[in-house]
Design a binder for this molecule. Structure first.
Ligand code: NAD
Ligand code: TYD
Length: 349
């Protein structure tokens, strides 16, 4: 039986990856390691917690001893590393937290693998990264796997650094690694600090929809389950040492996206057309706000046959339905510290 360690599996993307692997590969044993920070939530994976091929491990990737002991004990065949601090606005408030988890935590995991894997035969360390490492595009062009790194936020700088460490471990120690850099994800289980779930939550509660700057910044959106599918394909068929870009070929300016979301919400909530749009409020721009991200995902399509399966309009509707059907999830996650975070973030804007 193959043993696979997935880190960050109680978070947004990780929960979809864990679910896919546990259900699709009953002959694998999936270990989900997560520190359960504010972004980790075991409710995200409730449906698979009793499966015989699944084990949850509560631990911090920065805990050197715990990682060494775990890798020694379980001798994982592969690692899919998603655990991270993931929100740009938080990275602007507290860059060190991002350095600790995203850089030092990743190096700590790499060390545990390097020290305990007796040889690297049939092993793989797969690092999940972001297109934000490439910096910001102007009005034209796309990020390719060969685009130079040019991270511009503390978040993207920490992810770029961790990507470099992963490649350095291959070059220096011969560790088999693979990296993928994905565009913005959306879908069920996303913490309501990111644009789409934050706006869904605010529309439900008749609160302002904060649009940074003029709302002209552009992101390429991919449904989270399609990202999980890509991760599955890369883990099993990606070439060792390669980078794969993953994207949705689906660019939206923030203001157009929020207006589209408002339409769907009015319809789903049975409110008169235009009700939600009235909540749109332009606020002070994010410091150093990257203008545009857009991925050229031709390599993964040509080499591995992956492409997005869901049209954005359908994905957005599915997402809205999920949040409306999971009111308790949203209520639980927005209780406690969430309100303080939200108030602090928006009080000066
Ligand atoms: P998330 O914030 O929803 O989840 C992160 C998870 O990591 C949480 O469950 C959290 O508890 C866990 N974690 C944080 N620090 C930890 C630590 N020190 N030890 C163990 N666990 C810890 O993030 P996400 O949006 O699901 O992103 C997952 C990965 O995908 C990240 O590496 C992120 O950089 C990358 N990524 C995200 C996006 C996106 O749009 N969200 C796009 C591309 C790449
Ligand atoms: P976000 O979901 O935080 O993802 P990222 O910063 O990683 O792209 O933000 C997506 C876009 O939406 C980004 O351009 C910032 C913008 N944004 C707002 O305009 N208002 C908000 O309240 C948030 C959270 C984001």
């Amino acid at each position: 039986m193959k043993k696979v360690l997935i880190t960050g599996g109680a978070g947004f993307i990780g929960s979809h990856v864990v679910r896919l692997f546990v259900n699709k590969y009953p002959d694998y044993h999936i270990f989900n390691l997560d520190a359960l920070t504010y972004a980790g939530n075991l409710e995200n994976i409730e449906d698979i917690e009793d499966k015989p091929n699944y084990t949850f491990v509560k631990a911090d990737i920065n805990d050197e001893k715990a990682m060494l002991n775990l890798f020694e004990k379980e001798a994982f065949d592969g690692v899919i590393h998603l655990a991270a601090e993931s929100h740009v606005d938080r990275s602007i408030e507290d860059p060190l937290a991002f350095l600790k988890t995203n850089i030092m935590g990743t190096v700590n995991l790499l060390n545990a693998a390097r020290k305990t894997w007796k040889n690297f035969d049939d092993k793989l360390f797969y690092h999940i990264s972001t297109d934000e490492v490439y910096g910001s595009l102007g009005e034209t062009g796309f990020f390719l796997e060969t685009t130079s790194y040019d991270p511009k936020s503390p978040y993207s700088a920490s992810k770029a650094s961790s990507d470099h460490f992963v490649r350095a471990y291959q070059n220096t120690y011969g560790m088999p690694v693979v990296i993928s850099n994905c565009s913005n994800n959306y879908g069920p289980n996303q913490f309501p600090e990111k644009l789409i779930p934050l706006c869904i939550n605010n529309i439900q509660n008749n609160r302002p929809l904060p649009i940074y700057g003029k709302g002209e910044n552009i992101r390429d959106w991919l449904y989270v389950v399609d990202h999980a599918r890509a991760i599955d394909v890369i883990f099993h068929s990606g070439r060792v040492g390669e980078t794969y870009n993953i994207g949705g070929f689906n660019e939206w300016s923030n203001i157009d996206l929020v207006k589209e979301l408002c339409k769907v919400m009015d319809e789903k909530l049975g409110r008169p057309k235009g009700t939600s749009e009235k909540l749109i409020t332009y606020v002070t721009d994010r410091a150093g706000h990257d203008l545009r991200y857009a991925i050229d995902a031709t390599k993964i399509k040509d080499e591995l046959g992956w492409e997005p399966s869901l049209q954005f309009e359908e994905g957005l509707r599915k997402t809205v339905d999920w949040y409306l059907e999971n009111e308790a999830w949203l209520k639980n996650i927005t209780s406690g510290d969430y309100q303080n975070y939200y108030n602090k973030l928006y009080q000066d804007r």
